[in-house]
Design a protein around this ligand. Structure first.
Ligand code: NI
Length: 191
């Protein structure tokens, strides 16, 4: 297993369409292992393949580190979602704070539907369909967005985005220090 560097918010790979996985393979299992390792190393609760530069429709999640602290949230353990499809959104829209490993240190409230029902293949390539609620639903919706080329910043108003400008510029320039490896910036200039 390897810890891979994470691409940051302005990298074009985060805006591209992802391709469905056609079959279970050793490569897929390695990808999933690497994604978990990378996510745990950066203390994240979710990670989508485009964040490590791979355009596959895969994301992983393990929110137990957080859900153990929140009442009424289930501990689901590590989960891999392959070729996920949103079946339906239910419930009112709710505001919750989000962050993203590709946008280090930036956090803000995002409004999304309370619950999501999603179908997907698990890492054994078996079909699953589940409804997620509460905080976990938020993680699932955020990671699913990554597979569509959408970042949580896109859900913020222009005003709110401007509020984060100095941090975003630092990320852009590659001068923000993080506890986990990012894909290096300004490669052209480092001759
Ligand atoms: Ni994210």
């Amino acid at each position: 297993m390897s810890i891979l560097p994470i691409v940051t918010y302005n990298d074009p790979v985060l805006r591209k369409k992802t391709t469905p996985v056609e079959e279970n393979s050793e490569e897929l299992q390695t990808l999933i292992d690497d994604m978990f390792e990378t996510m745990y190393n950066s203390q994240g609760v979710g990670l989508a393949a485009p964040q490590i530069g791979k355009l596959h429709r895969v994301f992983v999640m393990d929110a137990d580190g957080v859900t153990e602290e929140i009442q009424d949230e289930p501990n689901l353990g590590p989960m891999a979602f392959i070729n996920p499809k949103i079946v339906e959104f239910t419930g009112e829209k709710v505001k919750m704070e989000e962050g993203c490993l590709s946008i280090p240190e930036v956090r803000d409230d995002v409004k999304r539907p309370a619950n999501v029902r999603i179908s997907y293949l698990d890492r054994n390539f078996e079909e699953q369909e589940k409804t997620f609620e509460g905080w976990i639903s938020r993680v699932v919706q955020h990671e699913f967005d990554h597979l569509e080329g959408v970042l949580f910043l896109d859900h913020l108003s222009r005003f709110k985005r401007r509020f984060h400008k100095s941090l975003l510029t630092k990320i852009d320039e590659g001068t923000l220090e993080t506890d986990y490896p990012l894909v290096p910036k300004n490669v052209d200039k480092q001759v």
